[in-house]
Design a protein around this ligand. Sequence first.
Ligand code: GLA
Length: 389
Amino acid sequence: MVTPAPAELLANRLGRRPDVIARAPGRVNLIGEHTDYEGGLALPIAIDRETRVALARREDGRARAVSCQESGEVAFNPATPRRRGDWSDYVQGVVAALAERGIPVGGFDLAIASDVPPGAGLSSSAALQLAVATALDAAFGGGLDRVALARVAHAAERGFVGIACGILDPFASALGRSGHALRLDCASEATQYVSLPGARFRLLVAHSGVRRSLAENAYAERVAECRAARRAAATALGRPVARLRALAPGDLPELEAALEPGLLRRLRHVVTENARVDAMCGALRSGDLEAAGVVLREGQRSLRDDFEVSTAELDALCELGDAAAGVFGSRLTGAGFGGCTIHLVAPERAAAVAEVLAEGFALRFARRPPVWSVAAAEGAGVLPLPPTL
Ligand code: GLA
């Protein structure tokens, strides 16, 4: 439940009534990590934690925004969005991306409320950008569909905020479906829904408490290493490798002999991770949670040893999870370097496992990590206006 309601926030802090209310969820990625910017596969679910925005048009062409997570208000001119290095960039970036698509945004007041924890690697920024894009599109008659809105949010993050990320987060937030995971082909943008064996598992998310936002340089370094690995692979194989997605597990023996060990590890993670996405889809479709758990554990090993984006805290949470009765498998989710782990758990064991994770982590790191149970939710959309307004 997102509190305060964004309409209340808009009324209390900016004295306005909304014309539009929109929402967009955070996400966890079940498998398919660090594959999106190499045109690979991913399998996210949108989660039942979301950002809600309430928007009122203004006639004077000015824009103001407030957020339940920030004090004060930001003001800017939507006709000339400018990067400022503060949280208004997330809103201004969406305005700029809409303008690039020929959707002029007029004046507006905006209130933002969210229960997606910021900096936890659950895509709080994509949720914010998608919610803002959905509201602005509805308020200013853009008529964009969800895929177009996801592209707008992606353009805002890459082009305006300046993070070299792939399409995973905005597509998950835009296209999520209740009870389903989303198989996303990041080269073609093709999507398929994979039904989750809902009643037979719970998905726990544990927050390592290490903020993901501190790790932007490390993320950019991995993106660059993948690019270098791609070039080295093309030389070794004597054929073009446009994206690492073009490589199959069968190419690995030849590359193992030819590539420098560091680059080989990065490449091997991406190639095997793409294969794990389809292994996970198969396991979910046949309801084989044991097999799904094996894929999670293999994914974690690969992120830890080959891609080297895990941390002591994330490793500890996964080890605690995997040693607990009723856990099918665990791994870090998102970019790594901090953020959260996910744990696929038998429903009747969920509460006990949450306690095992929190207790075991506290013994080692002297603080209890938040542990949430999440469910697959619908992607971004417009909500009805509250009847009292
Ligand atoms: C972050 C990025 C995504 C993706 C993941 C890793 O969440 O924003 O584009 O690269 O990391 O899978």
